[in-house]
Each structure stands twice: as structure tokens, then as C-alpha cells.
Design a protein around this ligand. Structure first.
Ligand SMILES: [Zn+2]
Length: 255
């Protein structure tokens, strides 16, 4: 089995106690690559250090999370830009809009998202999008900016079939994670109607653990529960699901 976790915050302090055991479990389950979205300057160094330690397994993105867009957002953006000047990254992100927790900086979130979309186009790398309570707004931003070469993922997708189709029409992928295994999410019925050609798997570890670990700390090895659920929905084998979604990730991220 060859699985890729396209979205995991494994540099988070939640893993400080047992990170190498967690890595070993991921390896046992056939997770060959773990792609790490950035959050903000408080975690960039730790993320990049982890990539240095495990260069063929862990790959870093660079960006500013919408939840970290605060009064110092220009300084945070400058730090992101400096990193892009220093070295290549596998993607821009995670970025996007989060209207769930706090609307204080929603205007700034748009500006920060726009800047990161432009970097993704400029560097010709994917943009990884966080769209909490803002999926239509994020689709609108991508539609406005899609001039041909923009690509990326709507991470933790949990929208409707119509939203999924718009995203796919924009040449973007859907990041499917633990929510697929939640009983009342309805995501199973949505995914059933979608082609696998635009789906990649993710955990969003340490958050959003799939059933049977819902509510606990999530980790990369659990991506297999998402793959298993997807196999059940699509009436395919888990190996077929692993193959298709891994190829999708390799193509998108140029791994
Ligand atoms: Zn994330």
C-alpha cells in the first residue's frame, strides 16, 4: 500500500511525546509521504526542522493560515515571502478564509488569501485552501484568479455535490479526511457521486480523527480509515483507492 497524507500538522506539540512512534505506525500502514501545511511564524521553524530530519517523508508547504490573520498579518506575510525567496516549497498554504471563529479580520483574510493565490500562480505550485464557513467565497476567489495554471486543494472538503463540481471545474482537488467517516456528515452521499480523479486523502492531524478515533488525537496512520471508507462507498478495494489518490497527489504536488 502506498498512501499519501496530503495535509497533516505533525510538527504540532501534540506529537512531541511520541513523534517517532507515530512515524513508525504511519510507515507500517504504507504512508509514504506526509505533506505539512504551514500555520504561522510560531510554527514555521519547527515544521522545516522536521522536513530536514525526514527529507524523503515530510514535505513542507509555506503560508499563513486564515486563523492566524491578526493585527500583525503584514509582518507574517513578509516572513512567508522571505521563506519563498530562500527555498522552494511543495505548495502555498494553508490559506483561505475562516468565518467560523472570528470575523474581526475577515477583510484582511481576503487580502492575505489573494496574495497567497498570486504566489501559487507565480511559483506554479498548488495552493491549499482552508474554507471554514466560507466555501462559496473561496470558490469565488479561485474562479476570479483562475487564468489557467492555478491548481490546488480544497482541504477538508465537506460541501455539496454542486460545490464539488465547481471546484473540479476550476481544476482543483478535494481533500477528503476523517469527516467522511462521521455518521451524519452526509459527505459519503456527496463523494459517491464524484469521480475519484480529483480526490486526495488527508488527516489534518492532530485534528478531526476519523471513526473509530473520533474526538481523539488524529495521526497520519489513520488515513487508512478514510481510504477504507472511500473504498466502501465506491465499492472498490482499498488498494485501488490508495493507487488512484496517491497518483493524484503525486501529480498535483509534483512529488
Ligand atoms: Zn490544516
Amino acid at each position: 500500500m502506498n498512501l499519501i497524507d496530503t495535509h497533516c500538522h505533525i510538527y504540532a506539540s501534540e506529537f512531541d511525546v511520541d513523534r517517532s512512534a507515530m512515524f513508525a505506525r504511519a510507515e507500517d500502514e504504507g504512508i509514504t509521504k506526509m505533506l505539512m501545511p504551514a500555520i504561522d511564524a510560531s510554527t514555521h521553524e519547527h515544521m522545516i526542522q522536521l522536513e530536514r530530519e525526514f527529507p524523503d517523508k515530510c514535505r513542507a508547504m509555506m503560508g499563513l493560515h486564515p486563523g492566524s490573520v491578526k493585527e500583525n498579518y503584514l509582518e507574517e506575510l513578509r516572513i512567508v515571502e522571505e521563506w519563498f525567496e530562500k527555498r522552494p516549497f511543495v505548495a502555498v498554504g494553508e490559506t483561505g478564509l475562516d468565518f467560523y471563529w472570528d470575523l474581526t479580520y475577515s477583510k484582511e483574510q481576503y487580502k492575505v488569501f489573494q496574495q497567497q493565490i498570486e504566489w501559487a500562480a507565480q511559483f506554479d505550485i498548488p495552493v491549499v485552501i482552508h474554507s471554514r464557513n466560507s466555501i462559496d467565497e473561496c470558490i469565488g476567489m479561485i474562479a476570479e484568479n483562475q487564468k489557467g495554471n492555478l491548481k490546488g486543494i480544497f482541504h477538508c472538503f465537506s460541501g455539496s455535490v454542486e460545490q464539488a463540481k465547481k471546484i473540479i471545474d476550476l481544476n482543483f482537488y478535494l481533500g477528503i479526511g476523517g469527516v467522511l467517516t462521521f455518521k451524519k456528515s452526509g459527505l459519503d452521499c456527496v463523494v459517491e457521486q464524484l469521480d475519484l480523479g480529483n480526490i486526495v486523502l488527508e488527516t489534518d492531524a492532530p485534528y478531526l480523527a476519523p471513526v473509530p478515533f473520533r474526538g481523539k488525537r488524529n495521526e497520519c496512520s489513520y488515513v487508512k480509515y478514510v481510504a477504507a471508507k472511500l473504498a466502501e462507498i465506491k465499492k472498490m478495494t482499498i488498494d485501488e483507492i490508495a493507487n488512484i489518490t496517491t497518483q493524484n497527489a503525486i501529480k498535483l504536488f509534483n512529488l
